[in-house]
Design a protein around this ligand. Sequence first.
Ligand code: NAD
Ligand code: DAU
Length: 339
Amino acid sequence: MTILVTGGAGFIGSNFVYYELAHYPEDRIVCIDKLTYAGNLANLKEALENDHFRFVRGDITDREAVEKLFGEEKPDIVVNFAAESHVDRSVEDPGLFLRTNILGTQTLMDACRKFGVKRYHQVSTDEVYGDLPLDRPDLFFTETTPIHTSSPYSASKASADLLVLAYARTFKLPVSITRCSNNYGPYHFPEKLIPLMITRALADESLPVYGNGENVRDWLYVEDHCAAIDLVMRKGREGEIYNVGGHNERTNLQVVKTVLKELGKPESLITFVRDRPGHDQRYAIDPTKIHEELGWLPTTDFDTGMHRTVEWYLANQKWWKDILAGEYQNYFQHMYGNR
Ligand code: NAD
Ligand code: DAU
């Protein structure tokens, strides 16, 4: 079996490449990635030594490059991680998000139609459902919760989901979609909350918490997300959407305090800064469907996952220091300089 993984040099995609190579040593894994600021070949260092892995630098919106790769590899399964993924950046440049996240999805699905695949799997997000109020802990996102997006990022992901379902109905493309909550773990780019806080706390720098820090996210260790995607793309029902999450809700302030505790750093590093525009209040996934149909359950609880994640950042300082030394400095100054 040949599996084409798009965006495999990013955070979740690289974790997924390692998951597949470890669990299906007989399969061939091909990765296409544009290597944007978020893509990093260092994430795939060990995979690149494996004969069953091939990396191709390419843009999923480049029809010619995509078709060439499909022609060469004839993938059985295509799993699409490639995306612009950071909400704050989508506020700065919505157009880039629409191009990659929507038109990239279309280009991949057109190639799937042309060359034939057993499954096209779209890696989507719980952000397509918008947010839940903080004072209704009884409410959760199910697969039938209406789409109700807040940011250009989530609107682009929701648009892509609608296009995937349209291709399934109109062209009978065999598709599936997973909508997961917030991931954390190794190779998480340090613009996102948890790695940003770990890397800044290690340097005794202030920790910028948006608003009052009471927004809630539902955190899942990245390997559990990879296991869910793997199950759905191989065994999930065609045309179906599966929510993925582990009932691990925490306020941002709780998460930041967990990081500080793990590192033995003082809470005085926390600084409240101007809120994100349109900031979603609470995400919370109901994972009943994937559990009942496919038997999926998360295996890593939050404390264990956070401990493992902090250990990884401690053991891989060159990885994130190389990132922080580059273009990232301009990004940080631009986003946080006057906040
Ligand atoms: P990431 O930003 O770490 O990685 C994205 C990868 O896509 C990078 O390697 C980048 O180079 C590549 N890419 C971007 N544009 C491309 C293009 N035009 N052509 C080819 N490659 C391109 O993102 P992530 O956090 O790993 O997220 C992966 C996917 O999972 C995204 O689709 C995201 O919407 C979804 N998701 C993320 C989370 C999360 O918590 N991080 C949760 C649910 C769903
Ligand atoms: O829910 C899934 C989504 O999770 C994915 O679809 C996105 O790709 C992924 O980036 C993530 O989106 P969030 O916006 O929830 O993640 P982020 O790490 O940017 O922020 C998490 C929370 O922390 C959010 O409430 C904003 C807050 N935050 C974030 C940063 C970067 C801060 O308070 N300070 C910060 O500096």
